[in-house]
Write a protein that binds this ligand. Structure first.
Ligand code: FES
Ligand SMILES: [Fe+2]
Length: 368
């Protein structure tokens, strides 16, 4: 038996036709998993929520960014001047989490020792600190985190490795014809899935259409394989699913780069872990949230703008597709543990997005 060789980081190659996939330790090694949380996730843009959750001055939305993996307590606040902020949700005194539930407040008060902050994160008072030197200082304010919006959708990043526009510029332009701001969140059609596989394996699977006829017979009836294309973006990729039947297609405006084509879906992958899937009836956002080296939560959030078109490739069909994907992705996780497998090659026609994603992973982790 030959043991897996250890390979250097540039080994995946810049040209898809010459390259080989990332070594399987990228899916198995707990140290690489931890490194990915710091070097990939902590430097990425993550979806927070939509503006409906922080509409009024005083409203606060708190969440654990990357719960289970990154675990960063953050909050969105709308101040008196109607300005939106993303702040650390951790008190600058001894580290208590400040806001546990969504609420509407004039000031934030820590429930541990009563320290107060304004809604833009400025320190106000701290009981018992009257005779403390050099106090308060800048470090007593709540750290503020970069925040960006795409329509009604809000994103935050602890320390962005790339600009938000580089991430979503193409998506913003190409989906400008859709009534995103009129869409509403549907809890009924949203749910979480738990997959026994690495977050990166789950993304790999999303990034190629090669498996569609084998894994998703139902979806393959909707999509036209001849008109399935992949476009690489600066920090992600776009797969366009051509429609087999014009009734499944978008009504595209004349200024769309795709005008005249019959398109059933735009599948945007945004580095490192977000999928934004646009259908004629609405949007399915999939957040890939690592929980452990081989455990991943997938949060499906559904936003609807045209209920009348939901009969075509609806959330029920999406659920079916997801379950079919989970079966293969979990099987691959077992396969990449094999002592007899380390890596494979890419299909140039179908797997350019996977190749680009692997390059991004190896460059971000920067290990030998
Ligand atoms: S931890 Fe917040 S006031 Fe002490
Ligand atoms: Fe799939």
């Amino acid at each position: 038996m030959t043991l897996k060789p250890r390979l250097s980081k540039d080994v995946i190659g810049n040209e898809v036709e010459n390259a080989a996939t990332i070594p399987s330790r990228y899916y198995n090694d707990p140290e690489l998993y931890k490194l990915a949380l710091e070097r990939i996730f902590a430097r990425s843009w993550q979806f927070a929520t939509d503006t409906d959750k922080v509409k009024e001055p005083g409203q606060i939305f708190s969440w654990m960014c990357g719960e289970g993996g990154l675990n960063e307590p953050l909050m969105l606040t709308r101040d008196e001047a109607n300005k939106l902020h993303c702040l650390s949700n951790v008190c600058t005194h001894r580290g208590a989490v400040l806001i546990a539930e969504d609420c509407n407040l004039k000031q934030i008060r820590c429930r541990y020792h009563g320290r107060r902050f304004t809604l833009d994160g400025q320190f106000v008072t701290a009981p018992g600190f009257e005779d403390v030197c050099n106090f308060p200082a800048q470090s007593d304010n709540l750290p503020s985190v970069p925040l960006e919006t795409f329509g009604k959708f809000i994103f935050a990043s602890l320390a962005p490795a790339f600009s938000f526009e580089d991430l979503i510029g193409d998506m913003r332009k190409r989906t400008a014809f859709l009534p995103l701001d009129k869409s509403y969140f549907s809890a009924e059609h949203s749910r979480d899935y738990f997959v026994n596989a690495s977050w990166a394996l789950y993304c790999d699977n999303y990034l190629e259409g090669l498996h569609l006829p084998y894994v998703h017979p139902g979806l393959s009836e909707v999509l036209d394989a001849k008109n399935y294309t992949t476009e690489l973006l600066p920090f992600g990729s776009l797969q366009i699913g051509g429609a087999n039947n014009p009734k499944d297609a978008f009504d595209l405006p004349k200024d769309s780069p795709d005008y005249g084509k019959s398109i059933a879906a735009y599948y945007y992958f945004l580095f490192p872990n977000m999928m934004w899937n646009f259908y004629p009836w609405g949007l399915s956002i999939n957040l890939v949230l690592p929980l452990a080296v081989d455990k991943t939560q997938i949060r499906f959030l559904t936003y609807i703008w045209d209920q009348s078109r939901m009969a075509q490739y609806s959330p029920a069909d999406i659920d079916q597709t997801e379950q079919e994907d989970e079966v293969v992705v979990e099987a691959v996780q077992k396969g990449v543990r094999s002592r007899l497998y380390d890596r494979g090659r890419y299909s140039k026609r179908w797997e350019a997005g996977v190749h680009q994603f692997h390059q991004y992973i190896t460059k971000s982790l920067d290990v030998d």
